[in-house]
Design a protein around this ligand. Structure first.
Ligand code: ADP
Ligand code: MG
Length: 221
C-alpha cells in the first residue's frame, strides 16, 4: 500500500501562533486513522491542512501527488474531488433539498443529472434517509443531517474521507450508522481519517491512532 499522506516537520499556525509543531506522520492508502487529542489540541487544524484550507507554515505536506505547500488553485479543486469531507457542522446547502445535497459531488464531477439522482437515492438508502430526500436540511435532525453529509462524502467514491468529529453529539442510532458506513468504505479501500476526542469503545476493525498533545503528533498503538 502506498503512502497517501506524508507530513514532514509540518508546522501549522494561525497568525504565527503555532498549533502543530514539526509533526512527522504518514498515512498509507487503506488506513483507518483516528486523530485524537483534547479540545483545542489541533485536530480540526490538521484536517483543514489535509484538504488545503490551511497552508502549512513550514515543513512539507503531501496528499497523493499534491504538495500542499505549493499547490495551485486548479490542483486544489482536483484534490478535493478525490476527497470526501465531513464537517462537524455538516455544511449542507440550506437552499437545496437532501437529494440534491447528496448529488453535489457527482454534479461537480460532471455526471449527468439522472444518473446522479439514481446514485443519490441509493446512498440515501444506505443512511436510512430515502424518505427525507425532498426535505431541506433545516427540516432534519442533527443526526439525520450528518447522515446526509456522510452520503454526500462517500457518493463519489473518494480516495480518502476526512471527517471532523462526525459522531459527536449524534444519537446512538445515527452514530452507529455513520461508523458502519466508514467501516464499509474502508473495506472497499477508502482511507479514513476521523478527528475525534476519543475512539468509540469496542471498535472492531484495525485502526491507527495519531494523538496530538501540546502541538506534537504521536502514533499510539
Ligand atoms: N481561525 C483561527 N484563528 C486563530 N486561532 C484558531 C483558529 N482556528 C482554531 N484556532 C486555535 O487553534 C487551536 C486548535 O484548534 P482546533 O484545531 O480547532 O482544535 P480541535 O479541533 O482539536 O478542538 C485552538 O487553540 C484554537 O483556538
Ligand atoms: Mg475541532
Amino acid at each position: 500500500m502506498g503512502k497517501l499522506v506524508i507530513a514532514n516537520n509540518l508546522t501549522l499556525t494561525y497568525e504565527n501562533t503555532p498549533i502543530i509543531k514539526s509533526a512527522n506522520f504518514t498515512i498509507n492508502s487503506g488506513d483507518f486513522v483516528f486523530l485524537t487529542g483534547i479540545s483545542g489540541s489541533g485536530k480540526t487544524t490538521i484536517i483543514k491542512s489535509l484538504y488545503g484550507e490551511l497552508k502549512p507554515h513550514s515543513g512539507s505536506l503531501r496528499v497523493g501527488e499534491f504538495d500542499l505547500f505549493n499547490i495551485k488553485k486548479s490542483h486544489l479543486s482536483l484534490l478535493r474531488q478525490h476527497l470526501g469531507i465531513v464537517f462537524q457542522d455538516f455544511k449542507l446547502i440550506p437552499e437545496w433539498n437532501i437529494l440534491k445535497n447528496v448529488m453535489l459531488p457527482l454534479l461537480i464531477a460532471g455526471i449527468n443529472k439522472k444518473e446522479a439522482e439514481n446514485l443519490a437515492i441509493k446512498y440515501l438508502n444506505k443512511v436510512k434517509l430515502s424518505h427525507k430526500a425532498d426535505k431541506f436540511p433545516a427540516e432534519l435532525s442533527g443526526g439525520e443531517q450528518q447522515r446526509a453529509a456522510i452520503a454526500r462524502a462517500t457518493i463519489h467514491n473518494p480516495v480518502m474521507i476526512l471527517a471532523d468529529e462526525p459522531i459527536s453529539g449524534l444519537d446512538e442510532y445515527s452514530a452507529s450508522l455513520v461508523m458502519d458506513l466508514f467501516k464499509k468504505a474502508n473495506k472497499l479501500g477508502i482511507t479514513i481519517i476521523i478527528a475525534s476526542h476519543s475512539i468509540p469503545s469496542a471498535f472492531d476493525i484495525e485502526f491507527r491512532q495519531l494523538h496530538i498533545e501540546k502541538g506534537k503528533v504521536y502514533e499510539l498503538s
